[in-house]
Design a protein around this ligand. Structure first.
Ligand code: ADP
Length: 756
């Protein structure tokens, strides 16, 4: 095979991200797509290409009655040999070179002048570095010059803290440190954990992250994070550019105020632009701009020598603008509508003339627009002027851009699509996006709740938007807020929206313990599903019905309904939901003490979640398997599965689930007579209870007491302590004692149970 296609594939950042992710195990394309925030078709296409090149291997895994394709790395090593006139690439002993991994979006820097001292300061710094100063003074340019291989993130004002956290996770992943993404994928959301993990990751990888335009960020948790990180980073570094100096304290923070270029530096810029200027002329130029680089650029571009002080930028740009052609003005006016970079493909669609590329290029060359990431934008200082002089119909452009973004089908693009749909003022477009979110973009609610809420809020009186905002509140556990919005929206909504809100109200009523209302809402959902003949609506209906029947003790009904769910998701090919439903079916059987059957369905859930790389679900299933095997008195297997679950949840800092798993392992050890191991687990449980106050943790004392009993001692002190700690949790206390009683009676016949 030829080398060229291979190198081309390797020079693509997304491909490299895929390869490094595969370095940590095998994945289904959909889970990879989620991690990379790209759409699944694109990821599948890339995987096929990489497979053809022999870098990854796809294999079919038999899951139930179907085959699913999962991918893994075929070789962890690629060797590139450069010889005179020839390149050879082989899978060899050497490792991937890190420098291949160009992290994201560092803006290109050309014609950079001066700033020696600032560069020295930056390169010698650790911890948090803040570069602040007025717009256009060169903060971004300087940071990009100093750290060309940093992870780059530009704030737009839309993001919330977790959105940013995912970016950190991806960056650290690309450097071989996967714990943060693992934590986030597992649903971890604790601020303290995230701070700690980011610190650990940056330290371990010695990574540098640039946060550009911090002043746009509206989530105060980002400032808290920086204050936390600053004194703790010894090897890693976070560089912040901002117009407003933030107060992050002094510990571990370096502040750098950026001012204009020095005269000699400014002169170098003039020369670089190919201008000849006598000293007097240069002195005038410098006096006017005080070395402000963007102003210097504009002046040089516009050939302006007149000296005027008020509204300097508008004046300067006005002069340049006069010289521009129609097409260039149109292009600039379009870009001025957006306060973030716009992708080339989208620009073509918005601009709609054939010469988009050459016009863009000419503007770029003149320094009037800049490249940022995948897109182009106009400098903020010039945007205001353009918005004033241009008379474009903004709604139409916002609408078109929203449509463009919606087609990309990733959560991040979805958020932006919604923002522009709302800006376009077209409610029909907003409703379409809501419908799309309900069926295809469920992760937006769990992964980016705050950002979504902020985007929606300008149109909060629209019923479909109320539905969405209620979703976010519901997800956050703010039930009353959710209820208020849904009750307002319910009478006005129609079709699938109405069905959705009815099923959500059913769910909410169950959470609030109002089974009567839940039943009524459920019935309304069913009627709508019949009317609409819509599979998604049927799915929502059955999901709620399963829960409803189960809570009312109608286990048979719940089971039947759960199988309906399974049928529908299989028809919809919804890979995220299917393993979850299988898990629930297992739970229902386990609740009926049909452990054999439970194990069968857990097994299927396990197979699927493994095949799709959904690690959280995989480990949640191990935990359930441990319980089921415990029920079957197969204590060896219970220990095996509980261990897998416990290790994972401890790593994720999900202490509730970790404690559940450890508790099952602990009783299993007791049943097996492995008392030392049981004691270790019991103490671990007590430790968890001490730091989290999770009641089950206190059962550790009861387990310690049981271990004593099994060795013929009283253990009364431990039992007493356990009883005391579990006061107020009598049901839990009784349940644990009930289990222990079974073990003790079968093991130590001489101790009658009433002594417990
Ligand atoms: P800020 O981030 O402070 O708003 P930028 O870094 O975007 O400002 O700088 C604005 C423009 O000024 C850049 O696009 C670049 O053309 C020019 N510029 C800034 N600093 C320099 C420099 N040191 N050398 C050459 N040009 C510079």
């Amino acid at each position: 095979m030829k080398v060229h296609p291979l190198l081309k594939a390797l020079s693509n950042e997304t491909n490299l991200q895929i390869l490094t992710l595969l370095g940590s195990g095998s994945f289904h394309p959909r889970e990879l797509a989620r991690l990379l925030q790209r759409d699944e078709t694109d990821v599948s296409r890339r995987l096929k290409q990489l497979e053809k090149l022999g870098l990854v291997a796809g294999r079919w895994v038999r899951v139930g009655d179907r085959n699913v394709r999962v991918y893994s790395l075929r070789t962890g090593e690629i060797r590139v040999e450069l010889k005179p006139g020839e390149i050879r690439v082989r899978a060899g002993e050497e490792e991937f070179d890190e420098t291949l991994l160009r992290p994201k979006r560092v803006p290109p820097v050309e014609n950079f002048v001066g700033r020696r001292e600032e560069l020295d300061l930056l390169l010698g710094s650790k911890g948090v570095v803040v570069i602040y100063g007025m717009a256009g003074i060169g903060k971004t340019f300087l940071a990009a010059r100093a750290f060309p291989s940093a992870c780059w993130y530009s704030f737009t004002g839309l993001e919330d803290f977790y959105y940013l956290t995912w970016q950190f996770g991806l960056f650290l992943n690309s450097l071989g440190w996967g714990e943060l993404t693992e934590y986030l994928r597992g649903g971890g959301r604790s601020e303290a954990d995230v701070f700690e993990l980011i610190t650990e990751g940056l330290e371990a990888t010695r990574g540098t992250v640039v946060l550009d335009d911090l002043h746009k960020c509206e989530d105060e948790r980002v400032l808290r994070m920086l204050t936390y990180l600053a004194p703790r980073l010894r090897e890693g570094r976070i560089v912040v550019t901002t117009r407003v100096k933030p107060n992050l304290g002094a510990d571990g923070v370096t502040y750098l105020e950026l001012r204009g270029l020095k005269p000699e530096e400014a002169y170098e810029l003039v020369r670089m632009k190919g201008e000849k200027m006598d000293p007097e002329e240069f002195a005038g130029l410098y006096g006017l701009t005080l070395g402000h680089p963007l102003a210097l650029n504009l002046l040089l571009e516009g050939q302006i020598r007149e000296k005027r002080q008020e509204n300097l930028f508008d004046f300067l740009f006005g002069e340049v603008y006069k010289e521009l052609g129609e097409d260039e003005r149109l292009m600039l006016s379009i870009l001025a509508l957006f306060d973030e970079p716009v992708e080339y493909e989208a620009i073509k669609a918005l601009y709609r003339k054939k010469n988009a590329f050459s016009v863009l290029y000419s503007l770029l060359r003149r320094g009037l627009i800049e490249r940022k990431g995948d897109g182009y934008s106009i400098h903020e200082l010039l945007r205001g002027f353009l918005r004033e002089v241009s008379n474009l119909e903004s709604a139409q452009y916002y609408g078109a851009y929203s449509d463009y973004l919606a087609e990309k089908e990733t959560p991040a693009d979805f958020l932006r699509a919604m923002k522009y749909a709302i800006a376009s003022g077209d409610r029909e477009r907003v409703r379409k996006l809501v419908a799309f979110r309900i069926t295809k973009m469920k992760l937006v609610i769990t992964d980016f709740p705050t950002a979504y809420l902020r985007i929606l809020s300008p149109l909060s009186e629209e019923p479909a938007v109320k539905l969405e905002m209620g979703m976010v509140y519901f997800q956050k556990g703010l039930y009353e807020k959710a209820k208020k919005l849904w009750l307002e929206a319910e009478p006005v909504l129609e079709g699938v929206f109405k069905a959705e809100v009815e099923s959500l109200l059913a769910d909410l009523s169950m959470e609030l313990g109002d089974m009567g209302s839940a039943g009524e809402y459920l019935e309304k959902t069913r009627k709508l599903a019949e009317e609409l003949k819509d599979l998604y609506t049927w799915l929502s209906y059955y999901m709620e019905k399963t829960k409803y029947d189960y809570r009312r003790g109608d286990v048979e009904g719940a089971l039947e309904s759960a199988f309906k769910e399974l049928e529908i998701v299989r028809e919809l090919k919804d890979v995220q939901e299917e393993p979850l439903i299988l898990l629930h079916i297992g739970d229902i059987y386990a609740g009926m003490e049909s452990y054999e059957r439970a194990v069968t369905y857990y097994g299927e859930a396990l197979e699927l979640s493994k095949a799709y790389g959904i690690r959280f679900l995989e480990h949640a299933t191990y935990m359930e398997l441990a319980k089921a095997y415990y029920g079957l008195k197969n204590y060896g297997k219970a220990v095996e599965y509980a261990t897998k679950a416990a290790e994972y949840f401890l790593k994720l800092r999900n202490y509730r689930r970790a404690a559940d798993s450890i508790a099952y392992r602990c009783v299993s050890y007791l049943a097996l007579g492995e008392l030392e191991k049981a004691r270790t687990d019991a103490w671990e449980l007590v430790r968890i209870a001490e730091s989290t106050n999770y009641p089950l943790g206190w059962a550790g004392y009861l387990f310690l007491g049981a271990a004593e009993r099994l060795e013929g001692r009283e253990g009364e002190e431990y039992f007493g302590r356990g009883r005391e700690k579990l006061r107020g949790n009598e049901r839990l206390y009784d349940a644990v004692l009930g289990e222990l009683e079974k073990i003790l009676t079968s093991k130590v016949n001489k101790v009658p149970p009433e002594h417990l």
